[in-house]
Ligand binder design. Structure first.
Ligand code: CP3
Length: 353
């Protein structure tokens, strides 16, 4: 067994020869190679030109012994494909200058056709699989309906979630119909990614962290269940569900139907496992800023996380959120080596490797 299959085996709860590791935002500004290419092309150009997207996707794989590649793209390409303008402003993150806000405008939104409107993503997956040539699996991804709704309703990165929660509480039907359209859009986009060659799919629900558990249950859970069901009925690939809110919402996220839940750093993974039970794999959960710890401290932090992740298979090492752009590259290399030097659970138990 090697880098080629340990990530997918862990997603499927099978035993592995080493703990698989990949990092959210592994392609990005903390790497000089990325900053060089960004000096010549805008972020959107990187996303929209499949040859560039593949080049950037491969940068961290050439630099570190990572066990999975993730498509280089953004969760908001789907929003743009729905006819909503998205701009990426330096240091401000994404801005949607003229988002639909009235119930009528929200009701008129339609799910895009993935081949027609997001063909550049599917092409990046096809080219990416060719370029990887089986070296490691390729993960496709999309934003979750709720997180996409927050960007649309807040007009950019959410701060207080005021517009989102006002719509959700005051006009629940309009909110529900937006969630239905987004669920349909995300489902067909993820199915198309799997068809194009994505070998696992991660759903980013970053901002579910803003919801009280009862509100997640009332306004979001059924949409997520439908989303996972629709993807699963068409694609036989593991589905990973990430949220910054996984620590507080684990009991509910368990009901979504994903194969893997990806945790932020605010929970001990032993506890996370106990909440999920033995049939769901876990991913996470190093605080991205722990990469600024001195090496000896970082090594202890990593070993503790792997230890806590438990005694049965189904564990993938990752950060609890995206890597910070100012992270020292040598610390990333050290992190990946340290993870691989930890014994995976099945081996520790004397099980088959
Ligand atoms: O992980 C990877 O290497 C794949 C690429 C990837 C990007 N965005 C590239 C990116 C992935 C998986 C995403 C997901 C994404 N995008 C999420 C969910 C995960 C999370 O971080 O919570 C969200 C909320 C977005 C929306 C988004 N895109 C934000 C908030 C920002 C600005 C933040 C920042 O770091 O500037 C982006 C821009 C973005 N997406 C960049 C990258 C590499 C930086 C663009 C640049 O080069 O200037």
């Amino acid at each position: 067994m090697s880098r080629a299959d340990r990530f997918l085996k862990a997603c499927r709860l099978e035993s592995v020869d080493a703990v698989p590791v990949w990092l959210m935002r592994q392609a990005g500004r903390y790497m000089q190679e990325y900053r060089d290419i960004r000096g010549r092309h805008s972020f959107l150009e990187l996303c929209k030109r499949p040859s560039l997207a593949v080049e950037v996707m491969l940068q961290p794989l050439d630099a570190f012994e990572l066990d999975a590649a993730i498509l280089f793209s953004d969760i908001l390409v789907l929003v743009e494909a729905m006819g909503i303008e998205v701009r990426y402003e330096e240091r401000q993150g994404p801005i949607l200058p003229d988002p639909p806000r009235t119930p009528e405008a929200l009701r008129s939104l339609r799910a895009p056709d993935p081949e027609e409107d997001l063909g550049f993503v599917l092409e990046a997956i096809r080219l990416g699989r060719e370029a990887l040539a089986g070296r490691v699996p390729l993960i496709g991804f999309a934003g979750a309906p709720f997180t996409l709704a927050t960007y649309i309703l807040e007009g950019g990165s959410p701060r207080d979630f005021l517009s989102t929660k006002k719509l959700m509480y005051q006009l629940p039907d309009a909110f529900g119909s937006l969630m239905m359209t987004l669920t349909e859009a995300v489902a067909s986009f993820l199915r198309a990614q799997a068809e194009a060659g994505a070998q696992a799919l991660q759903i980013f629900d970053t901002w579910a962290v803003a919801l009280a558990p009862a509100d997640y249950e009332r306004y979001v859970l059924a949409h997520m269940q439908r989303l996972v069901e629709e993807v699963r009925s068409a694609a036989d690939v593991p589905i990973i569900y990430f949220s910054l809110g996984a620590s507080t919402l684990a009991g509910l996220l368990k009901l979504v139907g994903a194969d893997v839940i990806s945790f932020d750093w605010k929970i001990d993974l032993g506890e996370a496992r106990a909440l999920l039970g033995p049939r769901i794999a876990v991913q996470g959960n190093l605080d991205p800023l722990a990469l600024f710890q001195p090496r000896e401290v970082l090594e202890r932090t990593v070993r503790l996380i792997v230890e806590k992740a438990g005694r049965w298979p189904g564990y993938i090492f990752n950060l609890g959120h995206g890597i910070h752009p100012s992270t020292p590259v040598d610390r990333v290399a050290f992190l990946v080596e340290t993870v691989h030097s930890c014994l995976p659970c099945a081996r520790r138990e004397g099980g088959a490797g």
